[in-house]
Write a protein that binds this ligand. Structure first.
Ligand code: PEP
Length: 265
């Protein structure tokens, strides 16, 4: 099996946001799996994960399990609480019961539209890890942050707090997503993304330990497409991508997942 830098298996993750109902999700996952199988994609070499809305997860689980599809999946958010009077929330244990491998936590849309604080993100990360889920911890600066503090300060501070409830060895994924790049068509340059990813790896080493930092996959997210993925994947500290808009197009997402075929171009 070929792996990424330092033995890290790259992860291409599709965040569907509030798109595709459960029937559409089933059709999508089935076609994506066929498309990648036709292209002889090696899922052990590059992992492909999708993040459908909560209401789709049971259907995706049934399909993936019945057809033994090599695609992994997760939720787009999770409650910090295990159970109880939290109307509308979904616990980590519920996601785990649906065989979710991952859960996205701290996406900029949650931070902005739902006022999620760094402390709430940390509590959710703790709950996810405690239930055996791998949190995909999203951090990133706004255009104003970038102007005021430079590229790494805000994501570094967000990640430091997000890791505060974890112990060394925790299985996590970190996604660096500059807010100004999400859905804007204006991706960061690979060099900009690498600079922040490297700073984030240092935070993991300082907050947890060097082994955990070396094992953790750090993704870039923000207007990733088939046409620009190769540049990001050539960077030593970037181990994959969190993809929004382009993950809703089967051919495009499949092509991003097969970045190895165009990484040299
Ligand atoms: C996202 O929603 O996490 C994202 C990166 O979106 P997009 O790829 O559309 O910029």
């Amino acid at each position: 099996m070929t792996t990424g830098t330092a033995g890290r298996v790259p992860l291409i993750a599709g965040n569907w946001k509030m798109n595709l109902d459960h029937l559409q999700s089933i059709a999508f996952v089935q076609k994506l799996a066929w498309n990648l199988k036709d292209a002889r994609h090696d899922f052990g070499d590059v992992e492909v994960a999708v993040f459908p809305p909560f209401t789709d997860l049971r259907s995706v689980q049934t399909l993936v399990s019945a057809d033994r599809l090599p695609i992994t999946y997760g939720g787009q958010d999770v409650s910090a609480h295990a159970s109880g009077a939290y109307t509308g929330e979904i616990s980590a244990a519920f996601l785990k019961a649906l065989d979710c491998r991952y859960v996205i936590i701290g996406h900029s849309e949650r931070r902005t539209l739902h006022n999620e604080s760094d402390e709430q993100v940390a509590a959710k990360v703790g709950a996810a890890v405690g239930s055996g889920l791998i949190p995909v911890i999203c951090v990133g600066e706004s255009a104003e942050d970038l102007e005021a503090h430079g590229p790494s300060a805000v994501p570094v501070a967000q990640l430091r707090t997000a890791l505060s409830e974890l112990k060394p060895g925790a299985d996590i994924v970190v996604a660096y997503e500059p807010v100004w790049a999400i859905g804007s068509g204006q991706a960061a340059t690979p060099e900009q993304a690498e600079q922040v990813a490297s700073a984030l790896r240092t935070v993991i080493a300082e907050s947890l330990d060097a082994d955990t930092a070396a094992r953790t996959r750090i993704l870039y997210g923000g207007s990733v497409k088939a046409a620009n993925i190769a540049g990001f994947m050539r960077q030593p500290n970037i181990d994959g991508a969190l993809v929004g808009g382009a993950s809703l197009d089967i051919a495009e997402f499949s092509s991003i997942s097969r970045f190895r075929s165009h990484v040299g171009t």
